[in-house]
Ligand binder design. Structure first.
Ligand code: DX5
Ligand code: ZN
Length: 226
């Protein structure tokens, strides 16, 4: 078995923001599948990153779907504006939603794909009942808020558990993993059942550049299981 079908979603959080358009184009040319955009509000997580105007600008630089990860409180207040800005997949945190079903429906009503993320400390139970409504499940393998953190060891058990539940119930959502993904951890999460891997620093901080970084991640995922 190989993992060649795994999608790669470079996170622009580690890109050089002074030449963001170019960095998005580099990932696009190198064969990325999605562009992952990390939105932080200074409340749900300590940092503030970017808003809808940057999403609009990124949209003009790539044909790839924009996978927008909202690390914000009360995400329902901002869904329409991020979708208008060009988000194709909009992911909210289960921890930030009192009415998760309503938020998912709000995203889908606009014709976009709805994702739900869970933090490392959040149990699978928090999303189990909502899996059927989701288009993407995002499992955090670091505590969200910063790039270039270390993958939390053992996270693949949680990924495998979600994969098992999804397969058992025929859930069609994509299973994505975010945090500390590199050529060592990508095969671990793929083997556990991830279909999308998000990688920020492994792509944008690679000493040989974005194209080489993406090729190396693909190579790591093409290795036979075992
Ligand atoms: C973490 C963000 C991630 C982050 C990934 O809060 O959600 O998308 O940018 O960065 P790396 O791959 O460096 O862990
Ligand atoms: Zn992210």
């Amino acid at each position: 078995m190989t993992f060649t079908q795994i999608k790669l979603a470079p996170s622009i959080l580690s890109a050089d923001f002074a030449r963001l358009g170019e960095q998005v184009a580099e990932a696009t040319r190198a064969g990325a599948d999605y562009i992952h955009v990390d939105v932080m509000d200074g409340h749900f997580v300590p940092e503030i990153t970017l808003g809808t105007r940057i999403v609009e600008a990124i949209k003009r630089c790539t044909q790839l779907p924009l996978d927008v990860h909202l690390m914000i409180e009360q995400p329902e207040r901002h869904i329409a504006s991020f979708l208008d800005a060009g988000a194709d997949i909009l992911t909210v945190h289960a921890e930030a939603c009192t009415h998760l079903h309503r938020v998912i429906e709000q995203i889908k009503e606009h014709g976009a794909k709805a994702g739900v993320a869970i933090n490392p400390g959040t149990s699978v139970i928090a999303i189990e009942g909502a899996l059927h409504w989701m288009d993407l499940v995002l499992v955090m393998t670091v505590n969200p808020g910063l790039p270039a953190q270390k993958y939390i060891p053992g996270s693949e058990k949680k990924i495998a558990r979600i994969r098992h539940i999804m397969d058992g119930r025929g859930v069609k959502a994509e299973l994505s993993v975010d945090g500390g993904i590199n050529t060592s951890t990508a095969p671990l999460v793929a083997r556990a059942g991830a279909q999308v891997v998000v990688a920020g620093s492994a792509v944008y901080n690679h000493p040989e550049g974005v194209e080489v970084a993406i090729r190396k991640l693909r190579e790591s995922l093409a290795l036979p299981e075992g």
